[in-house]
Write a protein that binds this ligand. Structure first.
Ligand code: ADP
Ligand code: MG
Length: 602
């Protein structure tokens, strides 16, 4: 077959295959154009999942008739000031979107250049351009795309359900809106408006947070830790969700590079390195980072849809991102999710058959109780809850130190409930601690520290413990015996399906060795299945976490007041003690003000 030069209509259709993959990509290109045109308000309408109609209206700079005619030509752009690709300040630069869309749909663009008296319209139907004509439009640009992919039936067949396409469009608009809080956005299905975002006042961190609240939910705002760092001309700002706020997928992870929302492996790596074992296996934190760097530090021209990019120095960017997020998380210390406490409070409804007190009665109870401190716990803690094993002087000792202890962030221990929860009091809140979860985190952090400080101290068991397992479990433990020894656990073979344990990490105290080994074997087998036979190092966190779980005060053990207070003080000192190794919170804090509301005192 002879080689022939393809006609422009076919070239555009081929290019369209890359640029407009689905309705959401059209929305992305058109909204990006509106942002580049300096719009302060962008309205998107998409009906039939964007396949019947997409309309994007903006109040940006608009185009005069000559520009309008050029805009639909291939490789025509107003955005490259010189012939270099290294200094791109706009979202677009390839000059491909409009001709590509026009090649596969019915495109019509109406626009009025700022200051011009008249608006003009141009239409392209499956690649056939019609002549320019005058039109009516107050300002800005309105782009309409009807019957997307009608000119390429093969592509049309690949579309998902209308609902899936509509969801992808909403996601696209949200991502762009999140990156540009200074612009007002709306999204409508033609029948109703599904998203309406007012423009936020300037000041990146604050206005970004207001917008993030609308897009990611108010939970995120309550639990967002500010992130801010810079290294030379590269800077990052944003918000990291507390590790206790996690989601089943990574869709709530956002990276914005120079105003462009991107999906980059860098973000996944940052999340893994910064949150690591703080979130449960298979769950994802919420994170939004805005990265700003000189345009020539990044190559945007890697992918036709411009959702991927390449950093000139990826390692520098990576360590800046990881460092900034770790710092934010570290600074939060023992903080746990506020939204959890909030939903706990909401569940604590007043029994419905109990009428709420009349204002007079309310006044009376308030007066009679005096200090809001008098919750009854202090008195009750004195006697019946005292540890049987602890001398009662302990309790008085703890109660005597009251005033000093309530100043601590987690307060003074007042009582233990169900041998599982510690109730503590601070100056303005009631704190409920899950003793097992909390202690587990402490042991885990100690094990990790010991490991990085030269090794985990071991303690010899008086009588070595023989543990029967099935052959596979025994083999999997023995295959990593050397590494386990480094972690303080000395295990040897004992017949075909048993192991003998001679030494355990000293930090674990007198733990249930058998339970630990069974759990460890399970952890190892699961990890093997999941990731193939990788180095134990990769599974280290999981092994340590299993150990910590066994070395901790279990739920169900009665603690003395001193033990309880010691645990609280330890938590305050330990980084990341707001959640256990499984990502559950270790404590919740109920503000007195909120409790008072429950009792209609406020
Ligand atoms: N909403 C808009 N407002 C003003 N000008 C626009 C708008 N959309 C497109 N244009 C003009 O049309 C040109 C071509 O757009 P496009 O095909 O998306 O390519 P690119 O954005 O890569 O330049 C742009 O460079 C811009 O000058
Ligand atoms: Mg464009």
């Amino acid at each position: 077959m002879a080689i022939r030069q393809l006609p422009p209509s076919l070239i555009n259709r081929i290019a369209a295959g890359e640029v407009v993959e689905r309705p959401a990509s059209v929305v992305k290109e058109l909204v990006e154009n509106a942002i580049d045109a300096g719009a302060s308000r962008i309205e998107v309408t998409a009906t039939g999942g964007g396949l019947s109609l997409i309309r994007v209206t903006d109040d940006g700079a608009g185009m005069g008739p000559e520009d309008l005619a050029l805009a639909v030509e291939r490789h025509a752009t107003s955005k490259l000031v010189d012939d270099e690709l290294s200094y791109i300040l706009t979202l677009g630069f390839r000059g491909e979107a409009l001709p590509s869309i026009g090649a596969v749909a019915r495109l019509s663009i109406t626009s009025r250049a700022r200051g011009a008296k008249e608006a003009y319209q141009i239409a392209v139907d499956a690649g056939r351009k019609s002549a320019l004509k005058p039109a009516a439009l107050a300002a800005g640009t309105e782009v309409e795309v009807r019957d997307l992919f009608y000119a390429t039936p093969a592509r049309l067949k690949f579309m998902k359900s209308e609902r899936a396409e509509a969801a992808a469009i909403a996601d696209t608009v949200k991502r762009l809106a999140l990156a540009h809080p200074e612009i007002a956005f709306s999204l409508s299905t033609g029948e109703r408006t599904t998203l309406r975002l007012e423009a936020c006042p300037p000041g990146l961190l604050n206005h970004a947070l207001a917008r993030l609240g609308r897009i990611l939910g108010s939970d995120f705002v309550d639990d967002a830790l500010p992130v801010k760092a810079a290294c030379g001309p590269v800077s990052v700002e944003g918000f990291a969700g507390l590790p206790t706020l996690h989601r089943p997928n990574g869709l709530q992870l956002y990276l914005v590079v120079n105003g462009r929302p991107v999906r980059d492996k860098l973000l996944a790596g940052t999340v893994r390195a910064a949150y690591g074992d703080l979130v449960p296996h298979g769950r994802y934190p919420m994170l939004t980072l805005f990265l700003t760097l000189p345009p020539d530090e990044v190559d945007m021209n890697v992918h036709p849809a411009k959702t991927e990019l390449r950093f000139r120095d990826p390692n520098a960017v990576r360590s800046l991102l990881i460092g900034s997020v770790r710092e934010a998380l570290g600074a939060a210390g023992h903080r746990a999710t506020a939204s959890l406490s909030q939903s706990a409070l909401e569940r604590m409804a007043r029994p419905s058959d109990m009428p709420s007190p009349s204002p007079a009665a309310r006044h009376y109870t308030y007066a009679s109780q005096g200090s809001p401190r008098a919750f009854g716990f202090a008195e009750r803690a004195q006697a019946p809850l005292a540890d049987v094993a602890a001398p009662s002087a302990d309790m008085r000792g703890a109660a005597g130190e009251d005033d000093a202890q309530t100043d601590y962030p987690l307060g003074a221990a007042r009582a233990q409930v169900q041998d599982t929860f510690i109730i503590a009091e601070t100056d303005d809140a009631l704190v409920i601690v899950d003793q097992h979860a909390a202690h587990e985190r402490l042991v885990y952090e100690r094990l990790k520290r010991a490991l990085s400080n030269g090794g985990i101290a071991r303690q010899m068991l008086l009588i070595p413990e023989v543990i029967e397992l099935d052959g596979e479990a025994a083999a999997s433990l023995l295959s990593v015996a050397d590494e386990l020894e480094r972690l303080g656990l000395v295990v040897e073979a004992f017949g075909p399906s048993a192991v003998v344990v001679r030494e355990v990490p000293a930090l674990l105290g007198s733990c249930d060795v058998k339970g630990l080994l069974l759990d460890l074997a399970n952890t190892l087998l699961e990890a093997e299945e999941e990731e193939g036979r990788r180095q134990l190092a990769a599974r280290l966190d999981q092994v340590l976490s299993t150990m910590a779980c066994h070395g901790s005060v279990r739920a169900g053990r009665r603690l003395s007041p001193d033990e309880m207070n010691a645990l609280l003080r330890d938590m305050e000192k330990t980084p990341f003690s707001g959640q256990c190794n499984h990502g559950r919170p270790t404590y919740i804090e109920l503000k007195l003000a909120d409790i008072e509301k429950l009792f209609s005192r406020r």
